[in-house]
Write a protein that binds this ligand. Structure first.
Ligand code: FUB
Ligand code: ZN
Length: 676
């Protein structure tokens, strides 16, 4: 297979489809299998069971197949399409005729609900079907749910965006045009808005999945209308004045700092990066690089989490009160990185992968792949249980007992209330969340995760992520290269690629030397090749022969990391990382009688990687001796320090992504450090 499309005029690197790059073994191979066998079916069992979720029922009611009213949040349609996208991805990697038939049936159901003008939003359509407008008129009240784009928090464009993406993927994978036709109609609806109702379009661009979507439609159809539509999205946005919560207080090109809802921000900038890959708008590239660095240099958690705040106000510190508005699930100030109350919505972390992979495609700069890896091994995987069937909405860096205030859970809003949130200190992953945006987002991201493994540039094959891949690529000039990756990354330091097929003429191979690494070594058929600096790609150019072996060793000493002086909540604390994996200490691994805040790492203590199981799943833990600090006698806000000796205990730190799989308990990524 070759790269997926001839478009992407300004891309340095082009993505590969599942026929060209796959996770086939090892760490990501296991995640792939789990996504296929557990996550995708588990989410379907929720969405298709009206006793659990209105996801499917809303479409059936909208189609007139059963009576009822719309239930769930207004973005439930979009979340249903995201599951569909994950199931379509599964068809691509692991064909399944029964699933293919079910997807086609669902596609027909969706298409049957769509209005002739392309609009599709089940709350409105159900309301119209139930004659709510007429009843409301008779009662003399306004029935908003029956009016398209009446309220920006109806999330119509978000829903249409995900419909378009699912339609494109369905077509690309199966050749069926059922959902693609619906996608085209949806794009026509958006086109009409751009022309005739630009304010409504700009106002309703919340969580703008449609920016990415119309570029995908452009790539699938090569129809320039959709590229023009993406450009119109930016233009109408820039003429509209909203607030920082939705990144529309300032025109995009004037933005210098990322603020507001982190999912919305990351989706917007990912969509703009997609646009730039097509139109080469160099001013926009600069804006995106500046904004990306604002996040990475000052706002990204060590786990790759995005969006520090449950709630805040923005712009920060403005002397003009009228200018300030509420933001939620949002990026905070530079270095404002609370731990227990870190919001870090799973969708936001995924959004950072989307944004970074597009920047990587645009520039070929390995720093973007570094961030994709950082998010992937930490905050992406933390958002799903090791079993693959429970999900987090928020991904904090610390979990403490007896928290005296509630942390709002997904769904605890006027739009979609959750009746009885569990205590904040028993935050555990759940199999169903009433605000269901994250689980199917996790599913589609993992089901398509092979797309981040490798890509093709004019100058050869680039391998970005390691963990059990297989690559088989060909270029238009007839050169081909196939590789099998073996190893136990991220647990083991050495990754081996064996050439399983090669054409005459060779194809340069570029291996990413991660930014976190130091002292990487590389051999080809046992002969040393110089590895380039961390944060670059090492290019290997030769005439490949079947059976050639490339071996990359990335030393993984355990690193003890500090935070910036302004990251106050991490003052005098450290975090532990080995390779790309960030570790955490859980109360389940503390001796009896020792509580989390008593645990301190020791400067100079050794950390021994040990193979262990967390909830029956193999991980590499780090064994170390900690200092046990004196505990507090009571819960007074302030008190004298106890005059006792430091204790000691041997504990195991577990990968952050594995925390919370052993029942309720405490956890922290950042820990105090004592000099012994
Ligand atoms: O926009 C859809 C979802 O709504 C987002 O992912 C969540 O953050 C919630 O605000
Ligand atoms: Zn979400």
């Amino acid at each position: 297979m070759t790269a997926t499309t001839a478009l992407r005029a300004h891309a340095r690197l082009r993505p590969l489809d599942a026929g060209s790059a796959r996770w086939a073994s090892g760490f990501w191979g296991d995640v792939h299998d789990r996504t296929r066998d557990v996550t995708i079916p588990q989410i379907w069992s929720s969405l298709s069971d009206p006793a659990v979720s209105p996801g499917l029922a809303n479409f059936r009611i909208a189609a007139g197949l059963e009576p009822g009213i719309h239930q769930g949040p207004p973005f439930m349609d979009g979340d249903f399409y995201k599951w569909l996208e994950s199931a379509i991805a599964r068809l691509e990697t692991d064909p399944d005729p029964k699933l293919a038939a079910r997807i086609e049936e669902i596609a027909s159901l969706i298409a049957s609900v769509q209005r002739e003008d392309g609009y599709l939003h089940t709350p409105t359509i159900i309301s119209a079907r139930n004659e709510a407008p007429r009843q409301a008129q008779e009662a003399g009240v306004t029935e908003e749910s029956a009016v398209a784009l009446a309220d920006r928090f109806h999330f119509e464009t978000y829903n249409l965006g995900h419909l378009i993406t699912a339609g494109v993927r369905h077509y690309e994978v199966t050749g069926s045009t059922t959902l693609l036709d619906a996608a085209r109609k949806a794009a026509s609806f958006l086109e009409d808005l751009a022309t005739n109702k630009p304010v409504e379009l700009a106002r309703s661009a919340i969580c703008p999945s449609h920016y990415m979507a119309v570029i995908e439609l452009y790539r699938a159809t090569a129809d320039e209308r959709y590229l023009r539509l993406a450009e119109a999205f930016v233009q109408v946005r820039d003429e509209f004045q909203g607030g920082d919560d939705n990144q529309d207080r300032l025109p995009v090109r004037e933005q210098t700092a990322v603020a507001g809802h982190a999912v919305r921000a990351n989706y917007l900038y990912a969509g703009l990066a997609d646009l730039v890959v097509e139109n080469g708008d160099s001013e926009l590239v600069e804006v995106l690089e500046r904004l990306w660095h604002d996040v990475i240099d000052t706002k990204l958690y060590i786990t790759g989490g995005c969006g520090a705040l449950y709630d805040g106000a923005s712009p920060d510190g403005s002397p003009w009160q009228d200018e300030i508005s509420r933001v939620h699930q949002a990026y905070g100030r530079a270095y404002q990185l609370p731990q227990t109350t870190a919001h870090n919505e799973s969708c936001a972390n995924i959004g950072m992968i989307f944004w970074s992979e597009r920047m990587l495609s645009l520039t070929g700069d390995a720093k973007y792949a570094d961030v994709i890896e950082q998010v992937a091994f930490n905050s992406l995987l933390s958002s799903i249980s090791l079993a693959g069937s429970e999900y987090f909405y928020t991904n904090p860096l610390r979990q403490v007992r007896d928290l005296p205030y509630p942390l709002r859970r997904p769904g605890d809003t006027a739009i979609h209330p959750t009746p009885e949130p569990p205590p904040s200190d028993e935050r555990l992953r759940e199999s169903y969340l009433s605000c269901f945006c994250c689980p199917p987002n996790i599913a589609r991201t993992l089901a398509r995760f092979h797309e981040r493994a490798a890509s093709l540039g004019d100058d050869g094959l680039y391998l970005h992520l390691y963990g059990g891949g297989r690559v088989d690529v060909a270029t238009d000039d007839g050169r081909a290269l196939a590789l099998r990756e073996d190893g136990d990354y991220p647990w083991a330091e050495t990754i081996t690629w064996t050439v399983t097929g090669a054409s005459e003429g060779g194809m340069p191979l570029h291996l990413r030397i991660p930014g976190w690494s130091s002292g990487a070594t590389l051999t080809v058929n046992g002969e040393a090749v110089e590895a380039t600096a961390p944060g670059t790609y090492t290019r290997i150019e030769r005439e490949w022969r079947e059976g050639d072996v490339v071996e990359l060793t990335l030393p993984m000493p355990v690193r003890v990391l500090r935070a910036h002086r302004l990251a106050e909540e991490a003052t005098n604390q450290v975090a532990v990382r080995r390779g790309p994996v960030v570790y955490s200490l859980e109360s389940a691994d503390l001796p009896d009688g020792v509580v989390l805040e008593q645990a301190a790492l020791r400067r100079g203590a050794s950390f021994t990687p040990v193979e262990t199981e967390v909830a029956g799943h193999r991980v590499i833990a780090l064994e170390t001796e900690i200092a046990v600090l004196p505990g507090a006698d009571d819960d007074a806000l302030y008190g004298d320090l106890a005059d006792t000796e430091l204790g000691a205990a041997t504990v195991r730190l577990v990968p952050y992504f594995a925390w919370g799989n052993r029942g309720a308990g405490e956890m922290s990524v950042w820990l105090p450090l004592v000099w012994r």
